[in-house]
Design a protein around this ligand. Structure first.
Ligand SMILES: O=C[C@H](O)[C@H](O)[C@H](O)COP(=O)(O)O
Length: 226
């Protein structure tokens, strides 16, 4: 928890007056929201958009002004967590079910700062099941199509019912194992009717900040993709 907090607070220190900020979702991103709330109380002037209802509530409780997406031309910086980060800064996201809004916000952001603890660093993505957001209508068929791709999907449950995202969709967690060919996988997944989006974030991160158990924080250097 301390490592997550340190990484998130470092990211929050990059936010400047006048910025429009994207607020991520999850236990790590929530530390950034809390720190930004403190900075707002100290006089920082920002406006923000949130990637989930949960983060919206935390932002409101922290005193951060939220603006409707319709009023946002550009998001200067977004701070968000990840479930896995590889050496090329490809990410798996969506462990908390917020991948769709997170991807929309990340794609509209000038900078995406990813904040994680060291447990999220992997040589190759895929040990963490890849979340795939699917529409509830016909989800059984969509899940069969995911199975045919070799994805080994499992419908995410919450209290024995399908977990429902903020967008009203379901999540299939795909136990793929080591992922090779991210781009092709991404395209194949999103080409299935009923798939809304998947949790692979490629070439979206601008910066990765990692908190370590020993209390240090490091900004990663990206390994060039070949
Ligand atoms: O849907 C959730 C998000 O992608 C989170 O940012 C991700 O799951 C990491 O969450 P945490 O910081 O709680 O490990």
């Amino acid at each position: 928890m301390e490592a997550k907090r340190l990484a998130a607070e470092k990211a929050a220190s990059y936010v400047r007056d006048g910025m429009t900020v994207g607020l991520g979702t999850g236990s790590t991103a929530s530390w950034a929201i809390k720190r930004l709330g403190e900075r707002v109380r100290e006089g920082l002037s920002i406006r923000a958009v949130a990637t989930s209802v949960e983060s919206e509530r935390l932002a409101e409780a922290s005193g951060i002004s939220l603006v409707p997406f319709a009023e946002v031309q550009r998001i200067d910086v977004t701070i968000d967590g990840a479930d896995e980060v590889d050496p090329h800064w490809n990410l798996i996201k969506g462990g908390g079910g917020a991948l769709l809004r997170e991807k929309i916000v990340a794609a509209a952001s000038g900078r995406l700062i990813v904040v994680v603890d060291e447990s999220k660093l992997v040589r190759r993505l895929g040990a963490f099941p890849l979340p795939v957001e699917v529409v509830s209508f016909g989800h059984e068929l969509t899940i069969q199509a995911l199975e045919r791709l070799g994805c080994r999907p499992v419908l995410r449950l919450s209290d024995n019912r399908p977990f429902v995202t903020d967008g009203g969709h379901y999540i299939a967690d795909c136990r793929i194992g080591a992922i090779h060919g991210h781009r092709q996988l991404h395209e194949r997944l999103n080409a299935i009717p009923g798939v809304v989006e998947n949790g692979l974030f490629m070439q979206m991160a601008s910066q990765v900040i990692v908190g370590f158990r020993d209390g240090t924080v490091r900004e990663l250097q990206r390994t060039q993709e070949r």
